[in-house]
Design a protein around this ligand. Structure first.
Ligand code: DQA
Length: 149
């Protein structure tokens, strides 16, 4: 059985659907996770989707991915712009790391233009709403060596 793709989401993403829908859309995180599972399934893979509002919990999950995941997709949310500790954890990974964002942070406020997580990312997908997650899962599956079945 291949290892899953970890799909991690940071703070406030549990409120998707209600939170600033004009920026983040009306899909819930559960909707997006279901679509990620379908994308991964096309490659014969599974996803392990988790969300936390806590930086240390996200770091624990990144460390768990060292042994337990074939690739990591992460929407670090606000921690992407602030967390050196999350960057340090991601830098310990030997697997592909895909950063994703629902919005396009580069087109928003100045403080969103720096994303520490990008320094450890194999690639970044931004600006496509929930589809950013799906595209990141698809890229992660390919980088992990899976082919569409
Ligand atoms: C976000 C963009 C971040 O700047 C913001 O702090 C978020 C969500 C996105 O998915 O567009 O919480 O990561």
């Amino acid at each position: 059985m291949p290892k899953p793709i970890f799909v991690l989401s940071g703070p406030n993403l549990n409120l998707l659907g209600q939170r600033e829908p004009e920026i983040y859309g009306r899909d819930t995180l559960a909707d997006i996770h279901a679509r990620c599972a379908t994308r991964a399934q096309a490659f014969g893979l599974t996803v392990d989707c988790r969300q936390s509002n806590h930086e240390g919990v996200l770091i624990d999950w990144v460390q768990e991915a060292r042994e337990s995941a074939c690739a990591l997709v992460i929407n670090p949310a606000g921690y992407g712009h602030t967390s050196v500790a999350l960057l340090d954890a991601l830098k310990t990974l030997a697997i592909p790391v895909l950063e994703c964002h629902l919005s396009n942070p580069a087109a928003r406020e100045a403080f969103r233009k720096t994303t520490y997580v990008s320094l450890a990312a194999t690639g970044v997908v931004s600006g496509f709403g929930g589809t950013s997650y799906e595209l990141a899962v698809e890229a992660a599956a390919g980088l992990a060596g899976a082919t569409r079945s």
